[in-house]
Design a protein around this ligand. Structure first.
Ligand code: RUB
Length: 277
């Protein structure tokens, strides 16, 4: 695939989910790594520190590091999946939102030895919940898809909420698909543990230095192609989940609360913390 095609597929969400976006970004970087192309890659989607961290890592040694970065994502995914699968118990109901390859990986792994159900929300406006529902149902896992506003019904009987992450900030807040905090609040009300399942390269170290993680705003036409004149449309792709709502982060470094996760990330990937502005 060409550099331009990869960029187009990331922008249009044909390639979606933070890890897939980061991996595709690394493939694109292998094709073109001049400053203009790097800038283009980094700005394809806001709220994607895994992509930015992967690019920074690759630029340290452009010959060797792109393959190392791809290997990183493969190996960490395996670890996260193993750890995460232990959190799913026989006979339980797992709630998830949107499509996170990390979460579906965990669910597929758990389904090798346990029987349980999945409730997922459709994820307006781009319906990534359907990708989740199809992937899991194709694997023989019982799945029920709910409209987003049916999340309370979906969560009421759930035992665990597993969601992915696009960005983890120094404040402990986690950016994930719009709706994530709303649903985490409902989960808290019913005492359902909420786990963030994420590769530690999703930590935005620049937030330590006061920079903000921008939340992507997408085209209004995704929500309503031809709205009546005068109707304003908000199409914010992500929202920040408050750390109070998060039981733990399941990453390749283990299961930790947000502070523990950040401390472990610092030990494991010191290079990520080197960019002091
Ligand atoms: C996808 C989304 C996912 C995270 C994590 O949003 O919010 O939960 O990216 O995914 P979009 P993964 O469809 O807008 O990219 O675990 O695969 O990195």
């Amino acid at each position: 695939m060409s550099f331009e095609q990869i960029c187009k597929d990331i922008k249009s969400l044909k390639i979606q989910g933070a890890v897939n976006v980061a991996k595709a970004g690394v493939q694109a970087l292998k094709l073109k790594n001049d400053p203009k192309s790097i800038k283009k890659l980094i700005n394809l989607r806001a709220t994607e520190p895994a992509l930015r961290n992967a690019i920074n890592f690759c630029l340290k040694d452009i010959k060797k590091n792109p393959d190392k970065a791809l290997k990183h994502f493969e190996e960490t995914k395996k670890k996260i999946i193993k750890i995460g699968a232990r959190k799913i118990h026989e006979g339980s109901i797992v709630f998830t939102h949107c499509h996170s390859s990390t979460v579906t990986g965990i669910i597929l792994e758990a389904a090798k030895t346990k029987k349980f159900e999945v409730h997922c929300t459709e994820t307006r406006p781009r319906y990534q919940g359907r990708i989740t529902a199809k992937e899991l149902s194709d694997a023989g896992i019982p799945v029920t898809l709910f409209v987003d506003s049916g999340a309370r019904y979906a969560l009421k009987k759930a035992d665990i909420m597993l969601i992915g992450a696009d960005a983890i900030l120094s404040s402990g807040k986690v950016a994930n698909k719009i709706g994530s905090e709303l649903f985490a609040e409902i989960a808290k009300r019913y005492d359902i543990p909420v786990f963030i399942c994420a590769d530690a390269w999703k930590f935005n170290t620049m937030t330590i230095w006061g920079y903000e993680e921008k939340l992507e705003r997408r085209d209004a036409k995704e929500v309503w192609p031809k709205p009546p004149k005068g109707v304003k449309i908000s199409n914010i792709a992500f929202e920040l989940v408050h750390p109070d709502l998060i039981t733990g982060v399941i990453s390749e470094l283990g299961v930790y609360n947000l502070d523990g996760f950040i401390a472990e990330a610092k030990k494991a990937y010191p290079w990520m913390f080197e960019n002091v502005p």
